[in-house]
Design a protein around this ligand. Sequence first.
Ligand SMILES: CC(C)(COP(=O)(O)OP(=O)(O)OC[C@H]1O[C@@H](n2cnc3c(N)ncnc32)[C@H](O)[C@@H]1O)[C@@H](O)C(=O)NCCC(=O)NCCS
Ligand SMILES: Nc1ncnc2c1ncn2[C@@H]1O[C@H](COP(=O)(O)OP(=O)(O)OP(=O)(O)O)[C@@H](O)[C@H]1O
Length: 198
Amino acid sequence: MLKIGITGGIGSGKTTICKVFETLGIAVFYADTVAKQIMVSDEILVKGVKAAFGEESYTIDGVLNNKHIAGIVFNNAAELAKLNELVHPAVFRAFDNWVKDIPASTPYILKEAALLFESESYKMCDQNILVIAPEEIRLQRVMQRDRVTAAQVKARMDKQLSDQEKAKLSDYIINNNETESLIIQVTHLHQLFLNIPE
Ligand SMILES: CC(C)(COP(=O)(O)OP(=O)(O)OC[C@H]1O[C@@H](n2cnc3c(N)ncnc32)[C@H](O)[C@@H]1O)[C@@H](O)C(=O)NCCC(=O)NCCS
Ligand SMILES: Nc1ncnc2c1ncn2[C@@H]1O[C@H](COP(=O)(O)OP(=O)(O)OP(=O)(O)O)[C@@H](O)[C@H]1O
């Protein structure tokens, strides 16, 4: 079974594209979603997050206070590194467990992660896809989706590698610029992955 990593800058459309792969029957591990789940379910991680970012990192009901943490980490590189060091190893373990339950006959699976290259988890994948879209379109999409300001989106963009740097480490690129068809690009890669010998 091939492990295919898929990434892209904030708002590039990687989740949207993974949904298209899912319609073709491909299982997708959503690292960012899993990261958020384990940040509330893994007791050691919860303690670590509280110790690093304060009790207010969670509500009384144990819900993650995203805004509080985002406000700290996306304005301070050292704080972001602290968060990544706490969360990423736990996400790697969750991915390994998830893969164990996938039937051996499955031709390939996808691992979607915002920080595939930054966290070095691309090295654990056989091939890697980069989703690209013009920065202005990404900015507009995220501002609309999350009801946030341009400055808040840019603060995250600044903490991620540039598309140029990511492209050097990628095997395939999907253009999500609203002119090239996503369906055609996804179908092409799907056929390719089905025919790559393990
Ligand atoms: C900081 C948190 C609480 C902010 O939550 P929020 O709901 O505002 O954002 P969300 O998780 O939906 O992320 C939206 C996008 O922000 C960017 N982003 C998220 N975490 C990071 C990070 N550590 N570094 C750079 N960009 C990031 C990504 O493009 C991501 O897709 C949350 O992102 C988090 O827990 N991050 C740590 C886990 C992590 O590293 N996830 C990313 C890869 S596994
Ligand atoms: N081709 C497209 N046409 C129109 N809207 C799109 C397109 N691709 C993505 N979007 C929209 O743009 C927003 C961002 O897309 P998506 O959530 O898939 O990006 P992402 O790369 O997963 O973002 P993040 O890094 O923030 O998790 C979503 O609201 C999505 O519906």
